[in-house]
Design a protein around this ligand. Structure first.
Ligand code: ZN
Length: 287
């Protein structure tokens, strides 16, 4: 089933809800990068949140990039999400498989680490805008809740999760963000806090067979759905862009690269490889 996100609102309570089923995206990324369970869960959680944040982008070509590095074994988790619903990402070390000792839960927090930053860059105007916060637990959901509170001054519920099967395939993956809108009242805050107490993990609810719309109505019966957006793992890399990248190297570096007969560049997001011959490069060099 394809991944999709829902944008909903409760006008009377000044609450906006974004939620997505991202199983297909998470599973596609797992296959591309050969992700072990904890690496899969970490990337899947970040992609799910990024997908929801990108649903706020309206214009074509707008995108956000998220970079998280807490100095844990996973290295950097990097995700890009576009207004078109295209998501892509990678992690520093795909082979991380850590569990918490006291449970069978995947130890995303240990894999990510807590000594570092969560950075969000928005490309919606001409000048990209980056804001960052310190990583709190490395569990991703907590970190984004902190980000929304601090960077955007928006009190939010942030839930995200990935369930991984014994054969390492993705069982379920999704996220939900509920935010208070400007003009909210004290009672709206209380309402949101009550929901947060009752909210079960989104990945569990999806695994039990609930659709994302049903999850929204289960916790927010008065919600009105405004938009449904298709989401997909898609990389837009192409030969031209890598060639241009090569040509931005200075002469010394380019000469170094050209020592080898064939230049092979692998895309970090989709593993596609691009071959450039010496002649290819020389032809465009200094043009
Ligand atoms: Zn690519």
């Amino acid at each position: 089933m394809e991944s999709y996100g829902i944008n909903a609102i409760i006008e009377s309570r000044n609450i906006r809800i974004l939620a997505a089923d991202t199983k297909e995206i998470t599973e596609t990324a797992r296959k591309f990068h050969d992700l072990y369970p904890t690496a899969n869960a970490a990337l899947g959680r970040v992609m799910a949140i990024a997908a929801l944040m990108a649903m706020n982008l309206k214009d074509e070509g707008e995108k956000i990039q998220i970079s998280i590095n807490g100095n844990g074994p996973l290295g950097t988790v990097f995700v890009e999400a576009k207004s078109s619903g295209d998501i892509k990402g990678f992690v520093g070390d795909p082979s991380v498989y850590l569990k918490y000792n006291d449970s069978s839960k995947l130890a995303v927090g240990l894999a990510v680490g807590t000594d570092g930053y969560l950075k969000v860059t928005r490309f919606s105007n001409e000048i990209p805008f980056t804001s960052q916060v310190e990583i709190q637990t490395g569990e991703i959901g907590d970190d984004f809740a902190y980000y929304f509170a601090l960077s955007e001054q928006v009190p939010s519920i942030v839930a995200c999760g990935v369930l991984v099967d014994i054969d390492y395939s993705t069982k379920s993956s999704g996220a939900l963000i509920a935010q208070l809108l400007p003009g909210h009242k004290e009672e709206d805050i209380v309402y949101l806090e009550e929901v947060q107490k009752r909210l079960r993990p989104v990945s569990t609810l999806l695994d039990e067979g609930m659709k994302i719309e049903e999850i929204i109505f289960e916790y927010f019966p008065e919600a009105k759905i405004l938009e449904k957006r298709k989401l997909q793992y898609r990389c837009d890399c192409n030969r031209d862009r890598f060639l241009k990248g090569l040509l931005t190297l200075n002469d010394k570096d380019l000469d170094e690269v050209l020592k080898d007969d064939d230049i092979i560049i692998k895309c970090e997001f989709c593993n596609k490889t691009y071959h450039f011959s010496k002649e290819d490069i020389q032809r465009y060099r200094n043009v």
